[in-house]
Design a protein around this ligand. Sequence first.
Ligand code: IVH
Length: 690
Amino acid sequence: MAPDPTSHDDPATRVAALRALIDRHAAAYYERDAPEIPDADYDRLLRELLELETAHPELAAPDSPTRRVGGPMNTAFSPVVHQVPMMSLHNAFDLDELTAWSERVERRLEGQPVPAFSVELKFDGLAISLRYENGVLVQGATRGDGMVGEDVTHNVRTIGDIPESLPAGAPSVLEVRGEVYMRLSSFAALNARQVAHADISGREPKLYVNPRNTAAGSLRQIDAAITADRDLSFFCYQLGMVEGGPELTTHTETLAWLESLGFPVNEHTVTRTSIDEVAARVRELDDRRHEFDYEFDGVVVKVDDLRLQAELGADAKAPRWAIAYKLPPEERTTRLLDIEVSIGPSGQATPFAVLEPVFVGGVTVATATLHNQDQVAAKDVRPGDMVIVRRAGDVIPEVVGPVLSERPKDSVPWEFPKDCPVCGEPLVRPEGVAATHCVNFHCDRQIRGRIEHFAGRAAMDIEFLGEKNVDRFVSAGLLDDVAGLYSLDYDAILAMEGFQEKSVDNLRRAIEASKSKPLGNLLFGLRIPEIGQVNAQTLAASFGTMDRIMDATVEEIAAVDGFGTVIAEAVHDWFARDAARDLVSRLAAAGLTMEAARVDDSQEQTLEGKTVVVSGTLRGFTRDGAKEAIVARGGKSPGSVSKKTTALVVGADPGASKVAKAEEAGVPVIDEAAFVSLLETGELPEGSKP
Ligand code: IVH
């Protein structure tokens, strides 16, 4: 984690800063399933806050993150009140803390024999509560804030490990708690599918980052078909409310009973009779972490006797009878073979470590980013050094620093190369800027970057022209700018390895199809400074034709709603260059659309006066395709939800804020099937009210 400049402040300031930081990271983790820091760092922040609050009771606050279980909720799902709250666990970060916990337990149980402990894995997934009534699954809910969770019943039903019904004689009410997680093998298979899919479409695959967030994201889908597709698993570890169940005396017995009802119980749960034996088991599990087909980030130790559990009770956040021993982020040392610099599509030069491959945190790491020149200098890592590599569960591997005691005598500090490794032209780092760039317009990497951008989904959407192909065509001298796409030498491509008549034909047709992309897409594809997707569409709509844009004065462009002079000058300067004008005229000669599209009124105007917003990935439409389908039927499809929105269509992984906004504004949230019927009939299907 970057050093925190506020860490030397007075306690009150530090507490406020910590709360803000924790809230921010909690939102990233819980609301967006996209953590920005490793769990261990998050825990460290929380712990520092807890220590400060304990040392300065006057600073405690009822809404402090230390009193909260979990994080804020996504309002797309109905709330479920947990009749028995779903508590969190207190953490121990080393074996001394584990021992201290057991001593506290013994003190509270004074006079009674030392209790036995159940020792189990702390699964890294998403906690859920399953409710069965008379043996039938009626509800699945996330933990939420511990008191109120989200109703995810429809998704939970798609998980094969979770029984829909229980054997005869099951209690009238039974709540089973446990963790939904994704197996490493399922995670790998999911990403392999992404790669296969990307290969077909010729694009870079969109890979899932880690099993935990994928599992959490998968469970919180509005469309259960997506959850079903993700192959989630489940382990149970606790009971919630039970009415009419058997008399149980220990946690171990509880797990055995749950297993007899058909729930998956993890086979590595053991009972131990002393804290030393518990510690030995913890060490063993830490060593064996990578033998498992799922991730665990700790070991949970529970007092086994249920009567003693009741006696020990809980504080505001967690039970006193259990503790989570958090395993440290994994670190390994390896040789730093070299530091190389990669050039990004816009010319940015990024140093990265080339490592002797090392297995850390469940993956083999051979490269790790070093971000920029200053980061390399701050860490003072040098080629030839032994370095510490860390990977905390999910985040990208990181080079922590050198092992100085093992530094070779002849080592010298690494120097940033002066020239671009791709084109050999000098690299440039302006004063006060962290990043270094190759600014050669003709650098192969940038040529490729411009073509990749042009072919991208949000621009000309050219299927079958992925990064790999662009790379090969540019290297082979078949392509040096985007206009070259329209006069490609297909015979030469056919002669290249891996190409057949069919693949060449697919490519030719995809490139041909791009000629009819709307002017707004073309403008975006040209990568004019300041012209993102929205500005590109505005520019097209405001001027109507490419010629008018090219001939517009700075004042005319600045007058466009939302533009102003900075954008206007950027556009004007770009079109003032001969090279740009030449490029545009070659694109026009190739037959690309140079006029803004008129509404296609051959379609039945089912969506006249309606506004439909799309979020997430649909299976049958690209993002643009969905918008086009709406506009072609007379509807509007803006990027955000408002009170006037007719419906919000959600695909896989929709934006949480859009869904929340729709809920708030009473806008129906519909899945893809309902969207198709909306397109056809202009009507929302029955029951799709929010
Ligand atoms: S017991 C009242 N057992 O860890 C105690 N929790 O940090 C209820 N977790 O919310 C939890 N593995 O999501 C328990 N074997 C295990 C667990 C486990 C993972 C999660 C669970 C809980 C969180 C607390």
